[in-house]
Design a protein around this ligand. Structure first.
Ligand SMILES: [Zn+2]
Length: 218
């Protein structure tokens, strides 16, 4: 899950650091950015979780070590990702899909729009809450896609213009541009569906959902 040690005196390879940052957030401990960079905040967060687990708080996580094992075994306590900062929402997308979404956002900005991500990834628990509230029609979507370890890797994102959100008629000018730019990127746009999902873009066809769900362990 990580190749080398992360934290105080660790090797701190960027991919490993990002994994640790997600793992901490997963159990409700704020790691700072999901940016692959070790700073005082991340080391403090590692110490906090070690304290919680009754492990010597040395501020370092080793492959095969006790802190990593306890972190992986701990139940997920994700907050609603709707409240995450924009950079974290982008970090929560599957890397391949993220590259497409970043290009999409750049194109829309070039055309004078101000796109923001409302939802990137969201946890299955949050999805179930939305389903019960009637806000979503499904209990698993491409927004819920994750790695086999249960870390965010979404294949869907909802984008609005920060000036308008869903407020018509301006919102529609944005959504039309979003659909056009998304399809130019090879993405699927929810505005083309029978039940129109104007803000939604997706990196995999609906036929892939069952396979993505299995790969997500959900
Ligand atoms: Zn969506």
């Amino acid at each position: 899950m990580i190749e080398a040690s992360v934290g105080q005196g660790g090797d701190n390879r960027a991919a490993d650091v990002r994994t640790v940052q997600w793992l901490l957030l997963r159990v409700g401990i704020e790691p700072g950015g999901i940016d692959g960079i070790v700073g005082p905040r991340l080391i403090a967060a590692i110490r906090t979780v070690q304290d919680r687990f009754g492990i010597d708080p040395d501020g370092r996580i080793d492959p095969g070590g006790a802190t990593l094992a306890r972190l992986r075994a701990a139940p997920a306590r994700w907050a609603d990702s709707n409240d995450w900062p924009e950079a974290r929402k982008l970090a929560s997308l599957h890397p391949q899909f993220r590259r497409q979404v970043v290009t999409l956002i750049d194109r829309l900005r070039d055309d004078g729009f101000r796109p923001v991500v409302v939802y990137g990834w969201r946890s299955v628990a949050v999805q179930e809450r939305l389903f019960r509230a009637g806000t979503s029609k499904v209990t698993f979507s491409f927004h819920n896609a994750q790695t086999p370890d249960g870390l965010p890797a979404a294949w869907a994102a909802d984008l609005v213009d920060e000036r308008w959100y869903w407020r018509e008629p301006d919102a529609h000018v944005f959504f039309r541009a979003l659909g056009k730019a998304a399809k130019a990127q090879g993405l699927i746009w929810g505005g083309d569906w029978k039940f129109r999902d104007w803000a939604h873009v997706q990196g995999r066809p609906n036929g892939d959902l069952a396979a993505v769900r299995r790969a997500s362990g959900a």
